[in-house]
Design a protein around this ligand. Structure first.
Ligand code: ACO
Length: 455
């Protein structure tokens, strides 16, 4: 065991969100659904979106360059670069190779890793690859950089308010402030048609909404059961919701996550009903028969209300304000948690993460916050401008939002094409698409940085 580098984890974190959003209450009105459906029923406030000026490459270029600049990382410091995304614009050429434009000018081409795809899980798969590399004989002491990014758009209808967009970059290495708990990872992978993208000319998925919720909750049950089993095997102790300081979820919409905390409480109760003696009448309910059992849901959401407020709500800022960022959603949750706490409140914390991607693949794993408070403070300080950036975004009325999505749908795979949308609202340092030539080659430019940095 000693041969493994110590405290492998996250050394730096960066997040990018689009500069435009639509207000979910205004969208309810525009879509003609009952007031409160998106804001209370789904728990969503605002939804970030991209015009035809942004694509998966630009989202990744922006977040990687920003991380390198803000943390003063040199291109030669990176030995592995992985991208997790389900926003596919090329069936062969990886986004990773596009990102090499940031490294090649410095003579750096010896960087392993390409792209990984399985719905919202691709980012976690990329993360797992990067951790494996650092813990392998091929590791050469350099950092791994994991990029998660997506543009989540749905056809007009009930799924549309659960869209979003964004990218997160994570720098991994040893002696990190956010350490992955070694050996504690529970995975569940299964064949399901809950959400998939068979039409390669469209950004929209085919979705079976109800099945996707059932798949998500069943994956949560199974991963949690397996995670708990591994804790018993590794640490010779049992674990339940009470022992975690924070629980972060892949968040398609916030309400599902509140129900998921209830679900963990229900799992704990079935393992040991002493945890919730007042709910004894649910003792005979089976997990696999209760995904849509209203009585169970209500009872355990109520019983876990305090746990949700304390352990999960601080991680929902990006999910509520930007929406589902697919592969970035879980890691946007981590960013939200960090910027909502002081380092002193985080030191020693146990953070549990649940990653879900339709199709389906899911993992539960955990992070222990090291007492390396300077590095932690450095991450938090660097992320400090996010709340300001959320405020600085420009609100777009639903009609224009819809027109923008229609334009994306018509043009996202078109060549030749010159984007028409304005870049005026873009944050400094944002990469944007300039043109797609007749051979489908894409060209990008960057909004200049302010003289004092990114924003
Ligand atoms: N005020 C308050 N609450 C309301 C109101 C209102 N006026 N109207 C409806 N609601 C509630 C409903 O009761 C429901 O609550 P519940 O979840 O507790 O039952 C909630 O709002 C949603 O309403 P539904 O009618 O169930 O919504 P609908 O079926 O139209 O769509 C869905 C929801 C399925 C999530 C859809 O948005 C979708 O398909 N999204 C994409 C798939 C998805 O995100 N799946 C999750 C896992 S997979 C992934 O990450 C992509």
């Amino acid at each position: 065991m000693d041969k493994w580098p110590k405290d492998v984890g996250i050394l730096a974190l960066e997040l990018y969100i689009p500069s435009l959003y639509v207000d979910q209450a205004e969208l309810e009105d525009y879509d003609g659904v009952s007031s409160g459906k998106y804001t209370i029923g789904l728990g969503q406030q605002k939804m970030g979106f991209c015009t035809d000026r942004e694509d998966i490459n630009s989202l990744c270029l922006t977040v990687v360059q920003k991380l390198m600049e803000n943390y003063n990382i040199k291109p030669q410091d990176i030995g592995r670069l992985e991208v997790g995304t389900e926003t596919i614009i090329d069936k062969s050429k990886s986004v990773k190779t596009v990102l090499m434009q940031l490294f090649e000018p410095f003579g750096v081409t010896d960087i392993e890793g390409v792209d990984t795809t399985n719905a919202c899980y691709g980012g976690t798969a990329a993360l797992i690859n990067a951790i494996s590399w650092i813990e392998s004989s091929y590791w050469n002491g350099r950092y791994a950089l994991v990029v998660t990014a997506d543009i989540a758009v749905y056809a007009k209808g009930s799924a549309r308010p659960t869209g979003g967009a964004g990218s997160v970059a994570m720098l991994l290495g040893p002696n990190a402030p956010l350490v992955f708990d070694r050996g504690l990872r529970a995975t569940y992978v299964k064949h399901a048609y809950d959400f998939y993208k068979p039409d390669l000319t469209s950004e929209y998925p085919v979705v079976d909404g109800k099945l996707s919720i059932q798949c998500y909750l069943s994956a949560l049950d199974i991963c949690y059961g397996l995670y708990k089993k591994k804790v018993v095997e590794k640490q010779n102790t049992t674990v339940n919701l009470n022992e975690f300081d924070a629980v972060i979820f892949h968040t398609p919409y916030c309400k599902l996550v509140q129900k998921s905390v209830g679900r963990l409480a229900f799992n704990d109760f079935l393992d040991n009903s002493d945890n919730y003696p007042e709910l004894e009448k649910f003792k005979k309910v089976k997990l696999e028969e209760s995904y849509f059992d209203r009585d169970v849901e209500k009872a355990f959401v109520q019983a876990s209300k305090e746990a949700f407020t304390k352990k999960t709500q601080p991680s929902l800022l990006m999910a509520a304000q930007v929406g589902n960022m697919y592969t970035s959603s879980l890691y946007g949750g981590l960013v939200s948690l960090l910027i909502n706490k002081k380092p002193s409140e985080l030191i020693g914390n146990k953070i549990v993460l649940f990653s879900y991607g339709s199709g389906l693949a899911a993992s539960m794993f955990s992070i222990t916050v090291n007492n390396n408070s300077d590095s932690l403070q450095n991450i938090i300080t660097n992320l400090n401008d996010i709340k300001t950036r959320l405020e600085q975004r420009q609100k777009i009325e639903p009609k224009k939002f819809e027109a923008s999505l229609e334009l994306r749908q018509e043009t996202s795979h078109k060549a030749p094409y010159e984007p028409v949308s304005s870049i005026d609202s873009f944050f400094p340092g944002t990469y944007y698409l300039v043109k797609v030539d007749e051979m489908f080659r894409r060209f990008y430019n960057r909004v200049p940085l302010l003289t004092n940095g990114y924003s």
